[in-house]
Ligand binder design. Structure first.
Ligand code: COD
Length: 301
């Protein structure tokens, strides 16, 4: 099943949600919004360079329910889009053509930001065609070098997404380069500790195991071949990466080498945040809007 069918099968669209988009002057962003608006489940408030936005809309002959707010620079566009959510004028937030860090700094602003949880983190929902399977991957876009407790929070945020997708007891594999603890490889030590925390009831709603190398997390034969006897080996639903570099490479391998489809959101804020890479296709931005809509409906009231 393709990712849009999968997400739509989980989604009950009961109302149109307003999306505040920071730096909307981007073809793929506007195409994705247009498709969602045509299907009548969003309307868009676009913050950014009004002239450029109008040029793209004209060139692509796009016409959908939207309002444009002209902003002098990316910082202003991010601030105004985040403030719109803060004031309750929009129910979803989306990153457009702007540096992820500039956008996230606005989200985390102490005075008018929209941080709710202790840790905000990015969750990718990926469909890998050759395996015909959905995986959640985190954190490929926000937390640069998470420590143990940040990784616990990253798992909690993933579990919220997994539950919203109907995966009620997801198998979480904490990745490293090995499947046994090597004290010289800190990610393997964290993975073992997270696994132990689950057994003590400190992480709920999922089964956390690790360390796993990627092959024995997702492939039963590879796990058997390496003598990994854990019952969840090869069956991971959620892949927790050691750091942002590993996450970014895994995410890009899924899209550019395996031709997978993805959706990306940041969890832990007042509303789900649609956050895709600038190079992502319109299709993946559309998937991300779908995912955020689904999460808003189920967990944010
Ligand atoms: N969750 C909640 N609060 C956070 C988080 C988080 N993940 N990160 C920082 N904060 C809070 C801190 O507690 C502090 O109160 C304040 O924000 C500032 O903290 P700093 O100084 O550590 O953070 P910043 O503002 O310098 O950086 C935060 C970013 C999220 C911008 C930074 O971590 C970052 O650039 N991440 C990578 C983004 C990126 O480049 N992605 C590229 C791949 S698409």
């Amino acid at each position: 099943m393709k990712l849009d069918h999968y997400l739509k099968s989980k989604l009950t669209i009961s109302k149109t949600l307003r999306v505040a988009v920071a730096c909307a002057e981007d073809e793929a962003v506007l195409m994705a919004l247009s498709q969602a608006a045509e299907e009548a489940w969003i309307e868009a408030h676009l913050y950014g360079d009004k002239e450029k936005i109008e040029m793209i809309l004209d060139a692509l002959k796009l016409s959908f329910k939207l309002k444009i707010f002209d902003c002098a620079n990316p910082e202003e566009a991010c601030a105004k889009a985040v403030q719109a959510v803060h004031k309750g004028e929009a129910e979803l937030l989306m990153k457009g053509l702007v540096d992820t860090s500039v956008f996230l700094k606005a989200v985390l602003n102490k005075d008018w930001g929209i941080r709710k949880a202790q840790v905000l983190s990015h969750v990718t929902v990926a469909y890998v065609p050759k395996r015909d399977r959905i995986y959640l991957v985190s954190d490929a876009a926000m937390n640069i070098a998470p420590d143990l407790m940040t990784k616990k929070a990253i798992i909690d945020n993933c579990v919220e997404v997994a539950h919203a997708l109907g995966l009620l007891d997801p198998k979480v594999a904490v990745l490293s380069a090995v499947e046994k603890v090597n004290p010289r490889m800190p990610s393997s030590v964290d993975a073992a500790e997270l696994s132990a925390m689950t057994k003590r009831g400190e992480i709920l709603g999922c089964q956390v195991d690790g360390p796993f190398a990627l092959d024995n997390a997702v492939d039963v034969e590879a796990a058997h071949h390496k003598g990994v006897v854990h019952p969840n080996a090869g069956h991971a639903d959620v892949l927790i990466v050691p750091n942002i570099e590993a996450g970014n490479i895994l995410f890009k391998a899924i899209t550019f080498l395996a031709f997978g489809e993805t959706a990306g959101v940041v969890m832990g804020a007042d509303v789900p945040i649609i956050l895709t890479s600038r190079a992502d296709k319109a299709e993946d931005k559309y998937h991300s809007i779908l995912l955020a809509h689904l999460l808003k409906g189920q967990h944010h009231g």
